[in-house]
Design a protein around this ligand. Structure first.
Ligand code: FAD
Length: 475
């Protein structure tokens, strides 16, 4: 049987394995290497907190492109909406807990392991991949337990790295119990003092989740959120406009939706101007700005791939934060928790740069410069939590597989320094600048080629596009 090795069994790895088993013409032997107990959850959907919800409607989240409504349908048909009435937003769309998407992904993987359309063998190898070696057309993947797997095709889906401490905390402080590097460490989060003063570094969706948990579990705690720019995620419009096309049709529109509406632009400034004009027109008519932005978001791959490298770099340097703030939107339930805490004074947001942090008996003394007033502020904090997000530089990675793949030349760091370099079909580009026919990189690690592939719909769309090339590469 032709063998496929999927390295990493988070959401992306599960989706790749399931897609292969659904679409293969002949049975495959598909092994998913994943150290976690279950395949499908990864970092995002291992969440257990009841206030950690997906950040876009369930209807935009699916596991296979050929059953796009599957997750939303499953939630409605299995009584989950009744058990969690807060899940339904005012417009009826569902924002379940992230653990529900994890459960759905695991269940779907298990169902495909038991039975799948191609009769493929699907299995979970509970280990960590340490390195790759090529023998003719085949890949040997060495595992942590010393064993090796042989595959005709290998797909890396290990994604971005765990969070790292930012500069002033990357000292002895990183081992101080009052500084938490990993914001998803639920055990450590429970140790926060009931009336503690907490500071979150970073103001994105991770900070929103962590703040929501602390505000609920520690009714007398106060939370300060600090980020350099003060830019925060945005909200969904109060009323959503009906779409004439499905999300999947929008993602695959050719030319892209944005190009159809605004023509072709090869500079970031041109794109920004077109977007601003569209938003201004909508605002004048009293319409929400979000749909104008969504036309760009859903065209991101095509727009990005049409930009020269210097323009991509310009965007990363100057606009990425603003773009992400518009792109990442609070789930309405989380927004309501944060708004209420802000009004009561338990939650405060600051824009400024942390210049120093010192461990003292009375807490961690954090000093920062306010972005607007330039004033220096200093405060003693009981618990500082790193919410600045995942690390995206594979050359600084602790992951043995990535280190080895880079060292041995199977992969190279993408030109922007983010993730790994891949071609349009997601084939890994090696140190010699050539794509390897039977080695693929799918999911967030392929960010730099496509401009964005973090969200579920973008990952599923990417897999659907890469699948023909994967089958083509099989012997
Ligand atoms: C907290 C959080 C919330 C998010 N919420 C949403 C959301 O609501 N909606 C949305 O669309 N997107 C969301 N995202 C985006 C998210 O990136 C994707 O939805 C998706 O979960 C990415 O999954 P992944 O499998 O690519 O990565 P991961 O979840 O990181 O999984 C990678 C897996 O690879 C394994 N691995 C790593 N190294 C090795 C190795 N050497 N050998 C074997 N296995 C290895 C890891 O154990 C891990 O399970 C969220 C992201 C985060 C971090």
């Amino acid at each position: 049987m032709t063998a496929v090795i999927v390295i990493g069994g988070g959401f992306t790895g599960a989706a790749v394995a399931i897609a292969l088993s659904r679409r293969a013409q002949t049975p495959l032997d598909i092994a998913v290497i994943e150290p976690r107990v279950e395949v499908g959850r990864g970092v995002a959907y291992s969440a257990t907190d009841r206030d950690h919800r997906i950040n876009a409607p369930a209807a935009n989240h699916c596991l296979t492109a050929d059953d796009a409504e599957g997750f939303d349908r499953w939630l409605r048909q299995t009584g989950r909406v009744e058990r969690d009435p807060e899940m339904a937003a005012a417009d009826g769309s569902l924002f379940p807990r992230r653990s529900e998407l994890g459960a759905y992904a695991c269940l779907t993987f298990d169902q495909h392991t038991a039975r799948n359309p191609s009769g493929s063998r699907l299995r979970h190898i509970r280990s960590r991949a340490m390195s790759l070696a090529q023998n003719g057309e085949q890949f040997h993947v060495r595992l942590e337990n010393g064993e090796a797997l042989i595959g005709d095709l290998a797909v890396i889906t290990t994604s971005n790295e765990g969070p790292r401490p930012p500069a002033p905390f990357a000292t002895d402080l990183s081992s101080d119990p009052r500084f938490l590097v990993d914001p998803w460490d639920t055990v450590r989060l429970k140790e926060i003092k009931r009336d503690g003063r907490v500071m979150l570094l970073g103001a994105g969706l991770t900070a929103a989740d962590v703040a929501a948990s602390i505000l609920r579990e520690r009714p007398h705690a106060r939370v300060d959120v600090i980020s350099r720019t003060g830019i925060r995620p945005t909200s969904r419009p109060a009323v959503t406009e009906p779409m004439t096309q499905t999300l999947w049709e929008r993602l695959d529109s050719r030319p892209s939706l944005f190009e159809k509406l605004h023509g072709r632009h090869e500079t970031v400034l041109g794109i920004l101007r077109a977007l601003r004009k569209d938003i201004a027109t909508r605002t004048e008519k009293g319409m929400p700005w979000q749909p104008a932005f969504d036309d760009l978001r859903e065209s991101a791959r095509m727009v990005w791939m049409g930009l020269p490298f210097a323009e991509r770099r310009r965007f990363q340097r100057h606009l990425r934060r603003q773009y992400d703030a518009c792109r990442f939107r609070y789930p309405p339930q989380t927004k309501a928790i944060l708004d209420s805490a802000e009004q009561s004074g338990r939650l405060r947001f600051h824009a400024g740069s942390v210049t120093a942090a010192e461990a003292t008996p009375s807490g961690i003394h954090v000093t920062w410069r306010d972005r607007v007033s330039s004033e220096i502020q200093s405060v003693a904090i009981d618990q500082v939590i790193n919410c600045i997000g995942l690390a995206s530089r594979p050359d600084a990675s602790d992951n043995p597989l990535l280190r080895a793949a880079l060292h041995d030349g199977f992969c190279r760091v993408a030109p922007l320094g983010i993730g790994l370099d891949v071609d349009e079909a997601c084939r890994a580009i090696g140190a010699d600048g050539r794509a390897t026919r039977c080695l693929f990189v799918v999911g967030p690690l392929s960010f730099a080629t496509f401009g964005y592939c973090l969200g579920v719909p973008f990952i599923i769309d990417q897999i659907a596009r890469a699948l023909p090339e994967m089958f083509e590469a099989l012997p």
